[in-house]
Design a protein. Sequence first.
Length: 153
Amino acid sequence: MEKTYIYKNIIGRDAVKLGVEGKYNYTSLKLCNKHASDSVDVSVYFSKTNWDDFTAEEKLKNLVDGVDKNTYRTSGNYGTTTTYYIIYNLTIPYSVTLVLEEDDLKFDTYKYDLYVKSSAVDSAVDVTLCGVEDKTFKAVDPLEEKDRFRGEY
């Protein structure tokens, strides 16, 4: 299987989304603290926005009308966010690389997005994410199958 690599340079404390579209099995995540002299506190987590805040009638109407989640966002209802931490505020000394292995990175990559966040404004972390695409996974797009859902609410 062909491996996919994602490289990111993270500077500052904003959360950065990692990963690619589709179903992947991540095999490793490397976080290298490249700050010249300071340690950095890093969090790695996966998160998703739940669109279940809509009533069944709203979901069905939008589904039949061919409206996607981006339209939900403009309607003022943003859903709720669920977050699960793999590591939380773990201190990485300067010039040290933390390696998370495959067992640490097992989650549903189709439902959740992977994020890295550091705690300091002046932090500098290089990230390498390695994964293998799961070719057996087939996602169902409800917009393509909207006729199947008519009248079910």
